[in-house]
Design a protein. Structure first.
Length: 183
């Protein structure tokens, strides 16, 4: 049984600690019966305009399709000036009305112990979109200032343990009908 989790990084930087955290999650997902697919197209989404909501833009279509296929969503996003990043907010705006987040289990990882305001705002936005926030899977893994790569995160017992806890709670919250389909 394999659950498919779409991962979204709110930072567009290739060297983002949030991207690194999601890549570490990919490496530890298998024992939790999951495969994590990092969606790398947030930077290619056009700026959301409600007048263009029914667009045939291939980047928007790919994003919506990745979410539709997912059993759950995992988000790691930095805080910019006490707010969510423009990239993640724009992406979420593209799927408010189309409903890909509706009743989908979602976990939000925070890679900085200082970034609490944006994390709370991100969770509130997703909850407003009728997603199921998995509270026990929304975990801060304080990596700020550590310059960790994927292997460093996996070799650091506190970070790995927190990441494993988040994945355990997220996969446990995938609806039983999805679990039955995956078997």
């Amino acid at each position: 049984m394999t659950f498919h989790i779409t991962a979204l990084c709110g930072s567009l930087r290739q060297a983002s600690i949030n991207r690194t955290l999601l890549q570490a999650a990919q490496k530890v997902a298998s024992p939790h019966g999951a495969a994590i697919h990092l969606f790398d197209g947030l930077g290619h989404l056009p700026i959301f305009n409600p007048d263009n909501e029914d667009t045939d833009d291939r980047n928007v279509a790919a994003f919506r399709d990745a979410l539709r296929r997912a059993d759950a969503v995992l988000i790691a996003s930095p805080e910019y000036a006490h707010g969510v990043t423009g990239a993640i907010k724009n992406a979420l705006d593209w799927v408010v009305a189309s409903g890909e987040f509706m009743q989908k289990p979602v976990a939000c990882l925070n890679a900085s112990g200082r970034a609490t305001i944006a994390q709370a705002a991100l969770i509130e936005t997703i909850r407003t979109m009728d997603a199921r926030i998995v509270t026990d899977a929304c975990i801060t893994i304080p990596l700020n200032g550590k310059n960790f790569d994927v292997d460093d995160i996996l070799r650091h017992p506190p970070s790995r343990s927190l990441l494993e806890t988040a994945l355990r709670h997220l996969t446990a919250d995938i609806p039983s009908e999805t679990q039955n389909q995956a078997n």
